[in-house]
Design a binder for this molecule. Structure first.
Ligand code: 13P
Ligand code: SF4
Length: 304
């Protein structure tokens, strides 16, 4: 896209008092125009605090919905409404309501990768940055965790005595990362550290040096004395990692791509700034109910 179009984006941003929030998996050119680039927790915090009238959310829909729930007086605009997280769609309100009825003594922890309807019937949310912190804050010995089986299993490692009923959802981008591909990279780069996202399967967590949220990986890479990293998550996190650490090397899993994150393009961002559409719209009732578990998380879960 031309520099002229990028100048147009900048001009429209100030005309409309707009802010561009972008997730770490966005296309490199979208990352470059963001006012804030971050993980789910970081972006939710920023959306909650911003003075901007218009939030252009470059990510998937549950992230834009969370911004709307936390700051309902703002326009939250997602440049492509069809950018959804397939894992968030794996848990349905009917099924979760049934599970809650069967387990009345359990508290429901909803990964932020859920629809607003699911948050509205959950007790507390978490992200990949604060899952263990959130579960620790719950006095109940029984927890229903939705929808990611891998993050659920990863959190459960820290709480062997808690009963966790884990929904069998998964993110294909992470679930399909193969152990042999990580080990092959490790063989090629023996001095590297293996950083993976907790949405990866347990056998991948087992061979990793660390499991982190995407911002956790950014912070670790910056502060570590190590110079080479194998990155077990969506490949475009490596664009940010390299940009912020030009002297270090990052080895991505080349097929780990989230197609929905890639639906947001610079053209669509420009179009959204011109039209202030499409806006995220949720009923007042859903906002009121979904805000409770999200706010609870924001008050507790600082993230790591
Ligand atoms: P983070 O919150 O770690 O950025 O993860 C979001 C996500 O969708 C992972 O696939
Ligand atoms: Fe959803 Fe996976 Fe894409 Fe994250 S990477 S938004 S969990 S599909």
């Amino acid at each position: 896209m031309s520099n002229q179009a990028i100048s147009k984006i900048e001009k429209l941003k100030s005309e409309h008092n707009a802010i561009i929030l972008a997730h770490n998996y966005q296309l490199p050119e979208v990352q470059d125009i963001a006012d804030l680039l971050g993980d789910s927790l970081d972006l939710a915090k920023k959306a909650q605090k911003t003075d901007a009238d218009n939030i252009i959310f470059c990510g998937v829909r549950f992230m834009a919905e969370s911004a709307k729930i936390l700051n309902p007086s703002k326009n939250v605009i997602i440049p492509d409404m069809s950018a959804v997280c397939p894992m968030a769609a794996m848990v349905d309100a009917k099924g979760l309501t049934k599970l809650k009825k069967e387990n009345p003594d359990a508290k429901v922890v909803a990964y932020i990768n859920t629809t607003a309807d699911i948050k509205a019937i959950s007790d507390i949310c978490c992200t990949s940055a604060n899952g263990a912190e959130i579960v620790k804050s719950i006095s109940s010995e029984k927890i229903i965790f939705v929808p990611d089986q891998n993050l659920g299993a990863y959190i459960k490692r820290s709480f062997p005595d808690k009963e966790m009923i884990i929904w069998p959802g998964f993110c294909s981008t992470h679930h399909n990362i193969r152990k042999e591909d990580i080990l092959k990279l490790k063989k090629q780069h023996p001095d590297s550290e293996i950083l993976v996202h907790p949405e990866c399967r347990p056998e991948i967590i087992d061979i990793a040096d660390y499991a982190f949220s995407t911002n956790g990986m950014v912070n670790h890479a910056k502060n570590s004395d190590v110079n080479e990293f194998i990155i077990g998550t969506e490949k475009d996190l490596c664009y940010r990692l390299k940009k912020e650490n030009p002297d270090k090397s990052f080895y991505p899993i080349r097929y780990a791509i989230c197609p929905n994150m890639k639906k947001i393009t610079l053209e669509k961002v420009l179009n959204s700034l011109e039209t202030l559409e499409p806006k995220v719209s949720l009923s007042e009732d859903v906002i009121k109910k979904a805000k409770i578990p999200l706010k609870k998380m924001m008050d507790i879960g600082r993230g790591g």
